[in-house]
Design a protein around this ligand. Structure first.
Ligand SMILES: *[C@@H]1O[C@H](CO)[C@@H](O)[C@H](O)[C@H]1NC(C)=O
Ligand SMILES: *[C@@H]1O[C@H](CO)[C@@H](O)[C@H](O)[C@H]1NC(C)=O
Length: 790
């Protein structure tokens, strides 16, 4: 043990020496700032590198090589330090009452929190950080940091060093360092990195012009599209231009943003055909990543969360469409209710563990599922459909395997000796709850097939799938189907016939993934009608990804088909857009902005929240409705004056309102009905809207409420309209229509009952007063008002 530790220390010392040499060069060559890029420096270095070529050739080649080597060294070392700085940061989840974790119910979650002496990547990162701090005593910073704690001061100094090293490397011509400087100044990874959008913009521009890198071009486009921090004025033409460069260069985010702009007519005329072309490119990238995963496809990222869902929707439970009717069953709404009831994930897990440890098989099974999926809430549609980010717990294949084995061993206490395969079939099975055991076998087979928490082993995968399939389990049949299709069954060739037979059994039990597999078989043979039937069934049964991709492909080829009537091609185009859009937004393995934003937001620090808003904003520009909703929700002035003052130093308040209104409007355009009511509210209150007369604003507000009410799911919109008719605001006063809308509100959502009842009482009183004064149009109090039909 001891010698290992000292060897590691020696490694760190060596790193420290490399850093020192790099730093001393920095100190000699350039005045060390706190990470400000001096454009001239890079240009001079580049020019110097160029002019050297005219001198003695051997020397200059040698010195360019030295320079490159040093640039690479400085860059690599900066990355090592950066990783140690960020790796130990806790990853908060949207766990209800997460803030109380330290005082309440530690028992379960404490086992997830890394012990610094324990195993695991987090713990070893913490050890490394501790070592790093001890091993490089020569890192000394300015003395005016005395008010920080020692650890914080060290972190601050290390962040300055990271920026200095990167700067040095960039000066020596490293474009990777340039790119990192830009990223770090826009998304400070810790509190101690400065947020500097101007530096970010300049550096992205430089990086883009040197390398033509599409990701940097996409960021420049974002600055022009949004006017973020007033670095550059809003200029949609420039944004369009840079998004087009970046999209052509293969940046998936830029392709999504460009497609969304064509689809909704932002900065350009609406053009579905162009939108679908770009959505298709982005969707193909996502699909390629999916297929590059283990057999059965890469594990899907968890679904992002609409922040407002955690409080029952932007108008709270009952009044929001988000929590009305069937929507009340959605995981995010349930998670919010659990939070209000004071329940934590730790409580949930503890309850499951309590029961599982007492031999309750169903609880053991649920625990296995939770640990396998890394979430309390599993999406419908089978194992491969993924899970909901709102219930995220640390994914733990070891524990999942433990519980699945616990269940499966009740039926299959031993595994056969692989050398005597024939004996396996005769092995006697013991009694036990077959249903759960077969389902557990499906998970175990899948883990061996995909190498999840175990070494991939096709023989064991086949064994577990076969065991479950013998009892008719659909996931096991699906797993066998995959193995036969891909030729993964040991000792057998790929066999599509057998594969299809297994898929058909599973599809018959409404397993979405199996339906996708059969659909794909027909799709590849050009049997599009049959394929469509299977893909549509898969979507009905909860397929979250692949089926949308293939249906998108089918519709987009239909939209491009010559000779079809315009209404057919345009509806095919619209479908292709919505399917491909969904694939691009779900398939975010290495650019999961929404998840990153959630984590940054939950950090609770000002810088974290600024980063979160920026990430939502970027995703919103790419067309994500959830990001649009989240950004508008946190900016929403109407909801909380506190937020207004909190963020006003960053964005002037009228700009905040305008930005929020833009995002509500875009979310409303994507069928977010609560957002549509919000747009009405903004007009009603004159928030972020163009200067116009009160009368015009009220009329517009009434029109937004009307279109929200027309969907027949927003009680609040109906109630608002009722109020406007009652009071003659934005619409002519009309007590009959007022009562009709109040009644509709009541019918739509009985939780709106109390406000409706109060309004109705007031309405009757007013109407009576109105009639007593001899005006026509009062309500008849003695007869039912429903005579004129629906
Ligand atoms: C742009 O450069 C960065 C850093 O070198 C790289 O990670 C990224 O993949 C590049 N983008 C594209 C689209 O090639
Ligand atoms: C916001 O707009 C209102 C009216 O449009 C104006 O009176 C007010 O001064 C503006 N506030 C700021 C901070 O610009």
């Amino acid at each position: 043990m001891k010698s290992k530790a000292s060897a590691r220390r020696a490694t760190w010392l060596a790193f420290g020496l490399v850093a020192l040499s790099a730093l001393s060069v920095t100190a000699v060559e350039t005045p060390v700032g706190t990470g400000v890029v001096a454009e001239e420096d890079v240009q001079q270095t580049m020019a110097a590198a160029g002019s050297l070529r005219t001198d003695d050739m051997d020397d200059s080649v040698q010195s360019i090589q030295d320079q490159n080597l040093e640039a690479t060294r400085a860059y690599k070392y900066a990355m090592v330090v950066l990783n140690t700085l960020t790796a130990h940061q806790a990853q908060p989840t949207l766990d209800p009452l997460a803030a109380h974790r330290n005082t309440h119910s530690r028992s379960i979650l404490s086992s997830f929190v890394p012990d610094i002496n324990g195993p695991g990547p987090l713990a070893s990162a913490m050890r490394i950080l501790a070592r790093l701090q001890n091993a490089i005593p020569s890192f000394s910073g300015s003395s005016n940091m005395g008010y920080f704690s020692t650890a914080a001061r060290r972190e601050y100094e290390l962040s300055v060093k990271v920026m200095d090293l990167l700067q040095h490397s960039a000066d020596l011509g490293s474009t990777d360092a340039l790119y990192s400087i830009a990223q770090l100044s826009l998304f400070p990874p810790t509190e101690f990195f400065p947020l500097d959008p101007r530096l970010a913009y300049r550096t992205f521009s430089k990086h883009a012009s040197i390398t033509g890198n599409a990701t940097s071009q996409a960021m420049i486009a974002f600055f022009h599209a949004t006017g973020y921090h007033d670095v550059v004025p809003i200029d949609q033409a420039k944004a369009q231009l840079y998004y087009t460069f970046a999209a052509n260069g293969g940046d998936k985010g830029a392709q999504m943003a460009l497609a969304y702009r064509y689809w909704s007519g932002i900065g350009t005329v609406e053009d579905c055909q162009r939108a679908v072309v770009w959505y298709e490119s982005a969707s193909e990238q996502a699909m390629a990543k999916y297929l590059a995963g283990p057999p059965g496809g890469r594990t899907l990222p968890q679904t992002p969360t609409r922040l407002s869902d955690l409080v029952g929707g932007v108008y709270g439970p009952g009044a929001s469409v988000a929590s009305t009717g069937l929507n009340a069953q959605r995981p995010a709404i349930k998670a919010g209710i659990a939070r209000n009831a004071g329940e934590t994930w730790a409580d949930v897990l503890e309850y499951y563990l309590f029961n599982a440890d007492r031999g309750e098989t169903d609880f053991a099974y649920r625990l296995g599922k939770i640990f396998y999926q890394g979430s309390i809430y599993v999406s419908p549609g089978g194992i491969s459909s993924g899970s909901e980010g709102v219930g995220a717990v640390p994914r733990d294949y070891e524990r999942a395997r433990y519980y699945f084995l616990l269940i499966a061993r009740q039926v299959w206490p031993r595994d056969p000796n692989p050398l005597h395969a024939a004996a396996a079939n005769q092995m006697k099975e013991e009694g036990g709850p077959i249903g759960y055991a077969a389902a557990a076998a499906g998970y175990l087979g899948r883990m061996y097939l995909r190498g999840e928490g175990v070494k991939a082993d096709m023989a064991l995968a086949k064994m577990w799938f076969q065991r479950g399939a013998d009892h008719g389990d659909r996931e096991c049949h699906n797993g066998l189907g995959i193995m036969y299709r891909e030729g993964l069954v040991p000792g057998a060739k790929a066999d599509m016939k057998k594969a299809l037979a297994h898929f058909t059994v599973a599809a018959g039990q409404e397993l979405a993934e199996a339906q996708v597999h059969i659909g794909r078989y027909h799709f590849e043979r050009g049997e599009l009608a049959a394929a469509t039937t299977y893909f549509e069934a898969a979507i009905r049964h909860g397929s979250p990804f692949e089926a949308y991709y293939y249906l998108g492909e089918i519709h987009s080829s239909q939209a491009a088909m010559p000779g079809l009537p315009a209404h057919v091609t345009s509806s095919s185009c619209a479908m292709a857009v919505s399917f491909h859009k969904l694939v691009t937004e779900r398939g975010v393995w290495d650019d999961d902005l929404l998840r990153e934003a959630e984590i940054a937001w939950m950090s609770g620090t000002d810088k974290g929240q600024e980063v979160a808003m920026l990430k939502w904003w970027i995703a919103a520009e790419r067309g994500s409705e959830i990001a649009q909703n989240n950004l508008a929700y946190v900016l929403d002035q109407d909801r909380s004056v506190l937020r207004l003052t909190r963020f006003s130093p960053i964005i002037p308040s009228n700009d905040t309102a305008r930005l929020a209104l833009t995002q509500w409007t875009r979310a409303a355009g994507q069928r977010n009905i609560d957002a549509l009511v919000k747009v009405g509210d903004y007009y009603y209150h004159g928030l972020g809207v163009p200067e116009e007369s009160e009368q015009t604003r009220y009329e517009k507000a009434a029109r937004y409420y009307q279109s929200a009410a027309d969907t027949q799911i927003s009680a609040l919109a109906m109630w608002n309209l009722g109020w406007m008719y009652e009071n003659g605001v934005g619409v002519p006063q009309d007590f009959h229509l007022a009562k009709r809308h109040y009644d509709l509100a009541h019918e739509t959502n009985s939780e709106a009952y109390v406000p409706v009842l109060l309004s109705l009482m007031k309405l009757y009183a007013r109407s009576a007063w109105h009639s007593l004064n001899g005006n026509p149009g009062g309500l008849n109090l003695w007869e039912d008002e429903e005579e004129d039909g629906e």
